[in-house]
Write a protein that binds this ligand. Structure first.
Ligand SMILES: [Zn+2]
Length: 414
């Protein structure tokens, strides 16, 4: 964290506290948050002067948490936990409030895939994946990749700060868990519907097994309802089985099984994540599964979204972007990887450098001559020119460009 900036300092009902303190002292924090909510109506983030408002949410379970004020994310210091890129830098912009609704009691998400089905009525055949790719209208539901990207963005796992040095699954798990507790999906608590693979340690092994068992028991038939769940974790290996594939996960012994047709579709839809070259760059891939329980108790994946990430869990759209993200981190740059969610036509920068003002952009050019690709490239260049922003371009047939911080900002304060 920035030692000289006010990032992470919060004012609550006249008292100044650090965000880390709030997270570590839950009972005292709840009292303070409740008081600030009743007396002031909101909290203040002190990363900048004048201070910025923060929403104090209280979930139906009575848990308090802070969130950025809608539409003000880009006004926070880039090192502030409430900082967000401005409009046009995330596929998040494409959803209506029916898909992602931010309210005083938390965020409610409408996932396109039903997670419960009534056995009394015949299944109405819905298009379970995503709405047709009509991006003229705001989407009313979110697809599986959209939910994965939403979680990554909320947990700021698409953000890199030079002070981080390394990021492990343990860190990701802790960040993501917090956001699971603050949201509902299709009316149910996201933390009960979604099983987030915990980091493995010999000491935690028994507790992890018990938690997975609890999750497994929630699935399947309960009275007139058949329940599904969500499972999020890093894929270690995809192994063939007589009926399809087994997804073996990092940190977890129990695999997920899927039919060959599902995996074939996933490979087509998430080519970078399942491509062979990715593994050569120390990359990893994260998957969000919709799972059912088989009669024998196996976990069966019925839908999957996957994303390629660096070894430090920064998402990347290709193995070249993995190389670029690692190179930026090695040059001690602060950057954000914009995420497209379910959109296919959004023109987003490959990376945004946040340690310069105005922010600079990084583009990785991997394909040549394809008309659609050249058109997007031209659109992006035009966009940066309009913004008068610095653009660093890497044509992957050439060596990496100079990525060190140019002379256009004051010394980094860290
Ligand atoms: Zn702030």
């Amino acid at each position: 964290m920035h030692p000289t900036s006010g990032s992470g300092r919060i004012q609550l009902a006249g008292r100044t506290v650090h965000l880390a303190w709030l997270r570590e002292h839950t009972p005292q924090a709840a009292g303070l948050l409740a008081r600030a909510r009743a007396e002031v109506g909101h909290a203040w983030c002190l990363c900048r002067s004048p201070a910025l408002r923060l929403v104090i949410r209280c979930t139906r379970a009575g848990r308090y948490h802070l969130a950025g004020w809608p539409g003000e994310g880009d006004q926070h210091e880039t090192t502030c936990p409430f900082h967000k890129l401005g409009p046009g830098h995330s596929g998040r912009d494409r959803y209506s409030t029916q898909a992602i609704k931010e309210a005083d009691d938390g965020v409610s998400i409408h996932l396109a895939t039903p997670l419960a089905r009534s056995l009394d009525r015949p299944e109405t055949h819905q298009n379970a994946t995503v709405e047709p790719p009509d991006d003229r209208h705001a989407r009313r539901t979110i697809g599986l990749l959209g939910l994965l990207h939403w979680l990554w963005e909320e947990a700021r796992l698409n953000t890199w700060q030079p002070g981080l040095r390394h990021r492990t699954w343990r860190h990701c798990h802790a960040q993501l868990r917090r956001h699971l507790r603050e949201a509902t999906v299709n009316g149910q608590g996201l933390d009960s519907v979604l099983y987030l693979v915990p980091p493995f340690t010999p000491r935690a092994a028994a507790a992890n097994t018990a938690a997975l068992e609890t999750f497994r028991n929630r699935l399947g038939r309960h009275g007139p309802t058949e329940r599904r769940g969500l499972l999020l974790g890093p894929i270690k290996e995809v192994a063939p089985t007589p009926y399809g594939v087994a997804y073996r996960l990092a940190h977890q012994r129990t695999p997920l099984y899927a039919r060959a047709a599902l995996h074939a579709r996933a490979t087509r839809s998430y080519r970078p994540a399942f491509g062979k070259v990715a593994a050569e760059h120390g990359a990893t891939r994260i998957a969000l599964f919709v799972v059912e329980r088989s009669p024998k108790g196996h976990l069966i994946a019925v839908e999957v979204a996957a994303m390629l990430t660096t070894g430090t869990y920064i998402p990347a759209d290709s193995s070249h972007e993995v190389v670029m993200a690692d190179a930026l981190a090695a040059c001690r740059r602060a950057f954000i990887k914009p995420l497209r969610y379910d959109t296919t036509d959004a023109v987003l920068p490959d990376f945004v450098l946040t340690d310069v003002t105005p922010a600079a952009y990084v583009e990785v050019y991997g394909i040549h001559g394809r008309e659609e690709y050249e058109r997007r490239k031209a659109a992006k260049r035009e966009f940066y020119q309009r913004q008068q922003a610095q653009l660093i371009e890497w044509d992957i047939t050439r060596p990496l460009p100079d990525l060190t911080c140019g002379g256009n900002i004051p010394e980094r304060r860290a």
